[in-house]
Design a protein around this ligand. Structure first.
Ligand code: PXL
Length: 284
């Protein structure tokens, strides 16, 4: 019931940052442009995201998660994909885990982006307990998309402040897999003078990587854009590595377009300028 064969349906579970271009406000336009049906579960409403702003408001919607998902279950609403992003600290993560159990079936793809840290630091309000909770959620997922900082923190390790090489990254990803993750796409990999992604495809039991020249522009919400585009391509039938490469290309191009405007637009990517490229051509 309430499933349509002409579209994939994806549930995004993450906050609504009213201003600032991250989480739900980037996932929805991207997934819609790619032709997928979107359903949202807002986990919190913030006046802005927490990067570079002060005095923002936060309304935590943890208590709504169970009743909303029970209504969906009763109504027979199912999902081809559940994609979780930024979650509030504490019991919200285990309630999201319960929601996944309640509304998934064997065909639901779970993608977890444990958005909580970058550049060696937790985002405001997060700590090692939250990293351990996010690790539990990543272990449930078919694909997890931590950045290098999040991968370190989920493993209870220090971020290598003085840099790292490719051998370190491959070993890091294999430690995540040994700890129980399935496919993993590590983002924001910055080594040997290049920038890119390193992935592990659990079906192929193989590591893949994709690097390009470094553009020095740490912009909030870049990981959300990456995972949204990757999810969109997976739902369109692309293999994981192809989906991850296409998402990395899209992010690189969007960072390039945003770069000249960073002083007026420092809070997120100008993804509206490149969104049209994600719309499938006629017949797709
Ligand atoms: O994924 C980035 C993100 C999402 N949501 C909120 C954030 C951030 C990054 O800082 O603050 C509220």
């Amino acid at each position: 019931m309430y499933r349509t064969p002409i579209q994939k349906r994806v549930l995004t579970v993450e906050d609504v940052s009213c201003f600032g271009k991250c989480s739900t406000t980037v996932a929805l336009p991207i997934l819609s442009a790619m032709g997928h049906e979107t359903v949202i579960l807002p986990t919190a409403v913030l006046s802005t995201h927490t990067g570079g702003f002060t005095g923002y408001t936060v309304r935590d919607l943890t208590d709504d998660i169970q009743p909303i998902s029970e209504h969906w279950k009763k109504t027979g609403i199912g999902f081809d994909c559940i994609y979780t992003g930024y979650l509030c600290k504490g019991r919200q993560v285990s309630l999201v885990s319960d929601l996944i159990d309640r509304v998934s079936d064997e065909n639901t793809l779970l993608v977890v982006d444990p958005a909580m840290a970058d550049n060696g630091k937790f985002y405001w309000g997060f700590d090692a307990d939250h990293a351990a909770d996010m690790m539990r959620l990543c272990k449930k997922s078919a694909v997890a998309t931590p950045n290098v900082t999040e991968a370190c923190f989920m493993l209870g390790e220090a971020f290598p402040e003085n840099g790292y090489d490719r051998a370190y990254v491959d070993a890091l990803i294999l430690r995540l897999v040994s700890a129980g993750c399935r496919s993993v796409v590590l983002t924001s990999v910055n080594c040997d003078g290049k920038y890119g992604i390193v992935g592990y495809d659990a079906d192929k039991k193989a590591i893949f990587s994709y690097f390009h020249e470094k553009i020095d522009a740490p912009i909030h919400g870049t990981g959300d854009v990456f995972t949204s585009v990757m999810v969109g391509h997976i739902l369109s039938g692309k293999p994981l590595e192809t989906a991850a490469r296409l998402a990395a290309d899209y992010v690189r191009e969007t960072v390039r377009v945003t770069y000249p405007y960073l002083s007026e637009h420092p809070y997120g990517l100008l993804f509206e300028k490149t969104l049209g490229r994600l719309i499938p051509g006629d017949g797709e």
